[in-house]
Design a protein around this ligand. Structure first.
Ligand code: GDP
Ligand code: IMO
Ligand code: MG
Length: 428
């Protein structure tokens, strides 16, 4: 079955692991949004691989991996990731295994510098988003401004490409000192030939590429990055990323919508909540909701290694939030779920699950709040579920937790992750 896989919370749900698992039965694995803000971890045979740009199906030698035009691609990071995988003997010739859509926008050094400068300037204010500092927001911004440069533009001829860079960067010259601006230009131009050499054999028109493979009955797996709560339109705006992370984005960011319309949409969630970056998280364990929750958060962070795979930042920890998860299921069109990392909670006496938000006046919120101001005021109402010993269906207490999730969401939990390794996954 062709699948679109999405994060259903605030990212880092375990998407990489599920993509790796499902790639055993996929021929093409496709990234369609985001960039190297993503960090997808795979554990195979005791060895960890973290992928930021290259699809998480790459460790299965039979797959072809496509980076769609909905992605923003930092060529330096891409080349570095290729070279890491080459050193690990994942492949010898990258272009045999990896394709890049011609229309993919590039992240240039000034995008990254702009992201970092804005975040540094906003520290301590409401405008601080806590981005990954990888230039993602600025790259999507210049794309929408219609001044961005794309992978295919590298091959237009030097003078045309340089003119595009000039026009693009001049738009932001006021944001840097003259010396900084000259240095950023120098950094951009120094590796152009190298970028061309690596990218040239990989470039494809994504629609014809996907159509051809579809006609050959190939099996497709679309790999979302980030999560529904970080979606630009439907997430906890403005504390979101700059791309669309819900299922229709797959039909835009690797454009063969006839295929994506008939895909199953699989949402990935943890048994609890994590979040990096700023913005309200109603069920965050901050010591003000449930007795002893700060210690619970600390334990989960330690046991679950809850530190960002991209930036290393400690992840914020929360109780399971079914109100947010149900919103994600509806807004992203999720058909089935995978629940990951229940093993990290094994041995706890009980675990809290948020089933309702209340307004400050005590009224129930009948919909997921549309503003972060309201979300920050939302009071979570919890129910307790009995703790479990083992995080798979063999344990009646864990089964009970999974069934509670299914009943609330109205979709079934098809996969259960109970450890980081490829094999530690139950298919129900
Ligand atoms: P992604 O961004 O959604 O791919 O998730 P990350 O890789 O950023 O973070 C998920 C972390 O949890 C990684 O360290 C995974 O190796 C790990 N992980 C994934 N699934 C499970 C699971 O079921 N149990 C445990 N213990 N770890 C898991
Ligand atoms: P994966 O794919 C978790 C968060 C950042 C910040 C906000 C905006 O590994 O789940 P950006 O750099 O995108 O402009 O940052 O989004 N963020 C993620 N959080 N996992 C991710 O990716 C994320 N990608 C971005 O922390 O809050
Ligand atoms: Mg991650």
């Amino acid at each position: 079955m062709n699948t679109i896989l999405l994060g259903a919370q605030w990212g880092d749900e375990g998407k990489g692991k599920v993509v790796d698992h499902l790639s055993a039965k996929a021929d093409l694995v496709i990234r369609f949004q985001g960039g190297n803000n993503a960090g997808h971890s795979l554990w195979v045979g005791g060895k960890k691989t973290v992928l930021h740009l290259i699809p998480s199906g790459i460790l299965h030698p039979h797959t072809t991996c496509l980076i769609g035009e909905g992605v923003v691609l930092d060529p330096n990071v891409f080349i570095q990731e290729i070279s890491q995988l080459q050193s690990a003997k994942v492949f010898t010739k990258a272009s045999d295994r990896i394709k890049v859509a011609e229309r993919t926008h590039l992240i240039l050094p000034f995008h990254r510098a702009l992201d970092v400068a804005r975040e540094t300037g906003a520290k301590g204010t409401k405008a601080h988003i806590g981005t990954t500092g990888r230039g993602i927001g600025p790259a999507y911004e210049t794309k929408a401004l219609r001044k961005g440069v794309r992978a295919i533009d590298l091959f237009l001829g030097e003078s045309i490409f340089l003119e595009k860079i000039e026009t693009l960067m001049n738009e932001y010259s006021g944001k840097f000192t003259a010396d900084e601006f000259t240095e950023l230009k120098k950094q951009t131009l120094k590796d152009l030939d190298y970028w061309k050499k690596i990218l040239e054999p990989m470039l494809v028109d994504s629609t014809s590429f996907l159509m051809k493979n579809h006609a050959e009955n190939k099996r497709f797996l679309f790999e979302g990055a980030q999560g529904v709560m970080l979606d630009l339109d439907h997430g906890t705006y403005p504390y979101v990323t700059s791309s669309s992370t819900t299922s229709p984005a797959a039909g835009i960011g690797a454009a063969y919508p006839k295929l994506t319309r008939s895909c199953r949409v699989l949402g990935i969630a943890k048994a609890y909540i994590t979040r990096v970056g700023t913005g309200p998280v109603p069920t965050e364990m901050l010591g003000n909701h449930v007795e002893g929750e700060l210690e619970v958060a600390e334990n989960i962070r330690k046991l679950g290694h809850e530190f960002g795979a991209t930036t290393g930042r400690p992840r914020r920890i929360g109780w399971q939030d079914l109100v947010a998860l149900k919103y994600a299921v509806d807004v992203a069109g999720i058909d089935e779920m995978a629940i990951m990392k229940g093993d990290i909670l094994a041995g706890m006496e009980d675990f809290k699950v948020c089933v309702e938000y209340r307004k400050p006046n005590g009224e129930k919120w009948n919909q997921f709040p549309s503003t972060v101001e309201d979300l920050a005021d939302a009071k979570p109402i919890y129910e307790s579920v009995k703790g479990w010993k083992v995080a798979n269906s063999s344990d009646p207490d864990y089964r009970n937790y999974l069934e509670k999730i299914e009943k609330y969401l109205g979709v079934s939990v098809k996969y259960v992750g109970y450890g980081p390794e490829r094999e530690q996954m139950e298919v129900r």
